[in-house]
Design a protein around this ligand. Structure first.
Ligand SMILES: Cc1ncc(C[n+]2csc(CCOP(=O)(O)OP(=O)(O)O)c2C)c(N)n1
Length: 622
């Protein structure tokens, strides 16, 4: 029996010796590596927080104390130690445990997460509720240096001192977001991490910890620290300036050091930030060497995969977009490209290398990024923002207020539009159609293949308007041509009939065009009549002329989309049918009105009825 098995959960950690704890951390790492390589997931971040998690669980008791992980992608060791060890191998699988904390998965997950920078605000809510109810427990937010740099975190830090409810913030600083972190605050953290004055302070806090007699009033001990602080002539520290005590930096892989500090923090009576330094990917040579590659990996990844990985754009939709942007930037010096901490995911490495002056990684700062792009556009540039659909939700107001209202020529390259698979509920890109459709001046298009993706991007630049082009996760489709015809993009603003038929018309939107073509074959097999297959292309504005032609010649119209049915393209088509009084039966396949859990993308498509069988059923049942 392994030590991890015998420990079973966090309560088993209390009596372990230093040597046993070391062994346990190695076992946790092995478990995390084995399962994540097999199932996919966030490897480097979870490996970096093993000791931190063990120290937290030896000092704070999650039966009473509240521990809140930011983003939650680093919480695998926490899952293993909070009664989910036996199910850990189901990580991110359909019906298995989620890759992020989920309040409905475990009473030890105190906040449901996936998007970044929510932990401090959530912890403040917990702390205030505790004090209003006169309860006694600690509230701990564990946040990475990447997530700390987001505006939401700063809004929380700004309010923390005036809250007068104690929160312990643990800043897990590995000097990286997904890629090395960026910006002025990043440099500030780096200075704090190496400042000799803070190192002196660290030794002092440690000595206070060690010398503190049992039962000694912590406040008198700490007032000595405060006295000492004054004499240390500390350099500027943004946290201290916000009236939040700053302790650190500490070694986040040294269990003894962290436990000492956490115990002291328990007894401190104000909010404080404890700065711990960790190494992303710690404990495995390959993940230490390639922490960005192993930040998020797909299922069945080999541990030596990073050394064989190509650094090019690749064959994904993101890669096609990135290649088009490189060409466009070559042709037009006004083209600039932005990403919010997702340079790897959006395949912009080559663009960043080729056009460093016209590339901007804002860090996790979606709202800022969109207003920055609007500013560039207002000044005559042609900015393109590459952003995952789910994270664009953070910046909905900026799309309306800063881009569409002044009609600025910003192109939103909406990546991961649709169901994303194993990351689950928090990461699907299935709402953008519904809310973007509602914004005046916005044009929304979805390419079925790389040909249309390039066409949309090039036309956007010529037309210079606010536009969103949405494309899914995964391998791009090179070209889907109408049978017997050369693949050429249809005119701007128009839908395209790919293959003609009778009675039934199947309308695909982006990623579902292929599904509609396959469904047409099946329907022909069953009914003997071939349906028409069309590609909607433009979700907003709709091609009313093209729709009129289809609606006057067909009896049944079925749409399929990787977006919510509520507010989706199908609803737009149906409301047009209704408004014009067409005697046509309309049916739609898409994401129903409930959250779609982690599973493979294929399983999620099935759950949403994005299958040949369901499309045939929608067409053929009256
Ligand atoms: C709002 C939002 N934008 C982007 C992301 C994608 N994302 C997930 S983790 C991560 C990096 C976080 O860095 P850090 O907080 O330092 O944690 P680390 O992975 O380094 O431990 C990013 C950009 C996200 N989850 N949420």
């Amino acid at each position: 029996m392994s030590l991890l098995e015998s420990v079973d959960d966090f309560r088993g950690l209390y009596g372990l010796s230093e040597a046993e704890l070391k062994k346990l951390c190695a076992e946790l790492r092995k478990n995390i590596i084995d399962v994540t390589l097999e199932n996919g997931g966030h490897l480097s971040s979870s490996l970096g927080t093993v000791e931190l998690t063990v120290a937290l669980l030896r000092v704070f008791n999650p039966d009473v104390d509240k521990i809140i992980f930011d983003v939650g992608h680093q919480s695998y060791a926490y899952k293993l130690l909070t009664k989910r060890r036996s199910r850990f191998e189901t990580l991110r699988r359909k019906g298995g445990i989620a890759g992020f904390p989920r309040m409905d998965e475990s009473p030890y997950d105190f906040f449901t997460t996936g998007h970044s920078s929510t932990s401090i605000s959530a912890a403040m809510g917990y702390a205030k509720a505790r004090d209003l109810r006169r309860e006694e427990h600690e509230v701990v937010a564990v946040i990475g240096d990447g997530a700390l740099l987001n505006g939401v975190s700063f809004e929380a830090l700004n309010c923390l001192a005036s809250l007068k409810s104690k929160v312990i913030i643990i800043l897990n600083d590995n000097k990286m977001s997904i890629n090395p972190r960026v910006g002025g605050m990043a440099s500030h953290l780096a200075k704090l991490a190496v400042n000799p004055t803070y190192k002196k302070l660290k030794d002092y806090i440690k000595s206070q910890c060690t010398n503190m007699k049992n039962g000694e009033n912590i406040n008198s001990s700490l007032s000595r620290i405060k006295m000492k602080l004054k004499s240390l002539l500390l350099p500027t520290n943004v946290f201290e300036e916000l009236n939040i005590s700053y302790w650190g930096p500490f070694n986040g892989h040294n269990l003894t050091e962290m436990e000492e500090v956490f115990r002291l923090a328990r007894h401190y009576d104000e909010s404080l930030l404890i700065h711990v330094m960790t190494e992303k990917g710690k404990g495995c040579p390959q993940t230490e060497a390639y922490p960005s590659f192993f930040h998020g990996i797909g299922p069945k990844t080999k541990i030596d995969a990073a050394s064989h990985a190509s650094s090019g754009c690749g064959e994904s939709w993101s890669g096609v977009m990135a290649e088009v942007l490189c060409e466009l930037a070559h042709e037009d010096p006004r083209v600039t490209v932005c990403t919010a901490a997702m340079k790897d995911g959006t395949k912009l490495e080559n663009f960043a290398k080729a056009y460093p002056q016209r590339f901007c990684d804002t860090g996790i700062a979606e709202e800022h990024m969109l207003i920055y792009a609007a500013g560039l556009a207002a000044a005559g540039m042609r900015p393109v923002v590459c952003i995952y659909s789910t994270f664009l939700q953070r910046a909905a107001d900026q799309v309306m207020h800063d881009i569409c209202l002044p009609k600025l020529p910003v192109l939103l390259g909406i990546d991961r539009a649709g169901l994303v698979g194993e990351d689950g509920e928090t990461h699907h890109g299935i709402l953008d159609v519904a809310w973007l459709r509602a914004i005046p001046e916005m044009t929304v298009a979805a390419p079925r293949d790389a040909v249309d993706l390039e066409f949309f991007v090039r036309e956007w630049k010529k037309r210079s308007l606010p536009m969103a082009v949405r494309y899914p996760r995964g391998k791009a489709v090179k070209a889907i041509a109408a049978p017997g015809r050369e693949r050429r993009p249809a005119p701007w603003g128009r839908l395209e009939v790919i293959s003609g038929g009778e009675e039934i018309c199947l309308i695909g939107i982006g990623s579902t065009v292929e599904l509609m073509l396959k469904s047409a074959d099946e329907i022909e097999k069953i009914s003997g009549r071939r349906p028409t297959v069309a590609d909607l292309r433009f979700i907003k504005p709709l091609d009313y002329e093209g729709l009129d032609a289809l609606l006057t010649t067909h009896k049944v119209i079925v749409t399929a989309e990787e977006n919510t049915l509520t507010g989706g393209a199908g609803e737009a088509v149906a409301s047009y049918i209704n408004a014009k009084g067409y005697a046509v039966r309309a049916a739609a396949a898409g994401v129903p009105d409930h959250f779609i859990s982690h599973a493979t993308r294929a399983q999620q498509w099935e759950e949403c009825g994005l299958t040949v069988e369901n499309i045939a059923r929608l067409c053929l049942t009256k």
